[in-house]
Design a binder for this molecule. Structure first.
Ligand SMILES: Nc1ncnc2c1ncn2[C@@H]1O[C@H](COP(=O)(O)OP(=O)(O)OP(=O)(O)O)[C@@H](O)[C@H]1O
Ligand SMILES: [Mg+2]
Length: 248
């Protein structure tokens, strides 16, 4: 049984079908890439899985049980965490306070929540910034804080929405190592990203969506030579990837 099973998910915003009869499975222990052009529906898929917006049709099964209709808090409690494309820290709280708030999902005592937050901050290499205000972090640090907040809820599945957006090549390599380490620690990952190099180097499988529909579901090395994907999304990027040049 798949850890997460998305079946026939559809979401309309007025006359726009942002996600259209989308089905895919996420297997335990994998890093699944989710890519596609701007406006393809990637973030909406995450919002549907995590209960931030309700689908018009379809199911989301977590370990075989439908979670559609549950509140985001309950879905987080069942083990699905997400990060946001546009980082959303509490800017006037410290880094430690931001992560501790997330850790309260599983710890009722402040001391325990803070201890868990410190463990997560060590993991994402932000412990030195524990006392800093979130608003004082660099973009790269804010992206790691976003991951830390999600990790502090102790998820089974982590949905990452463009954790590399706006980062330089060194920061991208650093963040890729972190994503792979999180997977190795037993967290299954679905990863939305426009930085193709990072997806190609880290994902076991990649799904491509276009106009809310799935157009490919295959290993990364097949994605870059797939004519439908090249036509819809990759274009010249695919050629540079095949030549071995970095794609950012
Ligand atoms: N709350 C909303 N109300 C109306 N339309 C929306 C809403 N959220 C998303 N959309 C529309 O749905 C479509 C899919 O948006 P979505 O943000 O999921 O795309 P995306 O694949 O994440 O794009 P990007 O790569 O730019 O982040 C877009 O046309 C967007 O304008
Ligand atoms: Mg998006």
């Amino acid at each position: 049984m798949a850890l997460l099973d998305v079946e026939g998910l559809t979401k309309c915003f007025g006359g726009l079908k942002a996600v259209s009869n989308l089905s895919f499975q996420v297997n335990e222990g994998e890093i699944l890439g989710l890519i596609g052009p701007n406006g393809a529906g990637k973030t909406t898929v995450f919002s549907l899985i995590t209960g931030f917006v309700p689908p018009n049709e379809g199911k989301v099964l977590l370990e075989g049980k439908d979670i559609v209709g549950l509140k985001p808090y309950s879905i987080a409690h069942k083990g699905v965490a997400r990060t946001f494309q546009i980082v959303k820290p509490f800017r006037k709280l410290t880094v430690l306070e931001n992560v501790s708030l997330a850790a309260f999902l599983r710890h009722s005592a402040r001391k325990e929540a803070e201890a868990e937050a410190r463990r997560v901050l060590e993991r994402v290499e932000l412990i030195d910034k524990a006392a800093s205000y979130a608003s004082d972090l660099t973009l790269s640090e804010q992206k790691r804080l976003e991951i830390a907040r999600a990790l502090a809820t102790n998820p089974k599945v982590l949905l990452l929405d463009e954790p590399m957006g706006g980062l330089n090549p060194t920061e991208i390599d650093h963040a890729s190592i972190l994503v792979r380490d999180i997977c190795k620690s037993g967290v299954t990952i679905v990863w939305v990203e426009h930085v193709l190099k990072a997806i190609m180097n880290s994902c076991h499988r990649v799904i491509v969506i276009h106009h809310g529909e799935k157009i490919a579901d295959m290993p990364p090395e097949q994605i870059v030579i797939n004519p439908v994907v090249i036509e819809a999304y990759l274009g010249k990027k695919a050629n540079s990837y095949k030549k071995g040049e970095p794609i950012c």
